[in-house]
Design a protein around this ligand. Structure first.
Ligand SMILES: Nc1nc2c(ncn2[C@@H]2O[C@H](COP(=O)(O)OP(=O)(O)OP(=O)(O)O)[C@@H](O)[C@H]2O)c(=O)[nH]1
Ligand SMILES: [Mg+2]
Length: 301
């Protein structure tokens, strides 16, 4: 049997649907998804099998004009993921078309190692009519020599099977790189922290989700098969702590319940989740916070 395996980087503007597509390909939620931009902060690998091919999807942070140190580290992680991959899939939002951000990304593609294969996936086709799609596809293919173009809805699953089949043929001949039953390449403590960050992002407004980070501090297995997980939510201001806690601690309680339910579902066993909020004014300038997130601190320079 000839086996194949390769890394497929999913890149695009924030909110394009990269994490949704990763999860759909893997068949499980390995990367968090919200309706807000800049949800994913580091590279997250999800593993999928298609026939004799192992497809390792590299979900990346969205590409945007970075301002803060954290932004720069995120964008560097995304381009780094693209540079290391066997195949790149650029996700575009069908209803937004060729934005300034998309133009900038296409310019960036020219700087990748020569001969890198890039496919185009126009996502969210459930939101537009067919003629719009055809015009958009032509416009984008005039701008860059994509190896192939797919029209998909990551959320509903349209067109995803075609994309997956094509990728399975395109990845290089290689032994499989992960055990067949592995679906993610991210420590469980990080996945658990991400799940809590997702609930915080969904629940808190405006800038606050961007001003916090979550870390799993302790993970203790218990004899009854359950686990106790202690996490710290770092916020940058005293006022933020109050908002995260909420009146009589109601906000943090709801967030904790939602996160626990999701971690339990992922692990298939009982979890006791304890959340603590700490004010750490300069967490965005601390190298350790970045390594906990899976980012390179130096990239933020
Ligand atoms: N209508 C529609 N919505 C979609 C589709 N795919 C993703 N979405 C929604 O788009 C939003 C962003 O999805 P994500 O998967 O978090 O996007 P992302 O590219 O990972 O975003 P960042 O991590 O912020 O870069 C979510 O609300 C998704 O539910 C789709 O095919 N159709
Ligand atoms: Mg994402």
């Amino acid at each position: 049997m000839t086996t194949r395996a390769g890394f497929i980087a999913l890149i695009g503007e924030p909110n394009a649907g990269k994490s949704t597509l990763t999860n759909r390909m893997v068949g499980a939620k390995v990367s968090i998804v919200t309706h807000k931009v800049q949800t994913t902060r580091a590279r997250i690998r999800g593993v999928a099998m298609e026939g004799d091919s192992q497809l390792i999807f590299v979900d990346t942070p969205g590409l945007f004009k970075p301002r803060r140190r954290l932004d720069r580290a995120m964008v560097a992680a995304a381009w780094g993921g693209a540079a290391d991959a066997d195949i790149i899939v650029l996700l575009i939002e069908a209803h937004r078309g060729v934005t300034e951000g998309v133009e900038r990304i296409i310019d960036g593609l020219a700087e990748l190692p020569h001969g890198r294969k890039v496919a185009l996936a126009i996502n969210k086709i459930d939101r537009v009519e067919a003629p719009v799609l055809l015009a958009l596809s032509k416009d984008l293919n005039d701008r860059y020599a994509f190896a192939n173009t797919f029209m998909i809805s990551a959320e509903r699953g349209y067109g995803v099977a075609d994309l997956r089949k094509w990728l399975a043929e395109e990845v290089p001949e290689s032994p499989w790189l992960y055990p067949e039953d592995q679906i993610a390449d991210l420590p469980m403590r990080m996945i658990a922290a991400e799940m809590t960050r997702e609930k915080l992002t969904l629940r808190l407004h405006q800038e606050l989700p961007y001003q916090l980070t979550v870390e799993t501090e302790h993970w203790q297995e218990r004899e009854d098969g359950s686990a106790r997980i202690d996490q710290i939510i770092y916020v940058s201001r005293d006022g933020h702590k109050g908002i995260v806690l909420g009146h009589k601690g109601e906000t943090i309680k709801a967030i904790g319940q939602a996160a626990r339910a999701e971690i339990e579902e992922f692990l298939g066993r009982k979890i006791h989740l304890f959340l603590q909020v700490k004010v750490r004014e300069n967490w965005q300038d601390e190298a350790e916070r970045y390594s906990e997130m899976g980012l390179d601190f130096k990239d933020g320079n």
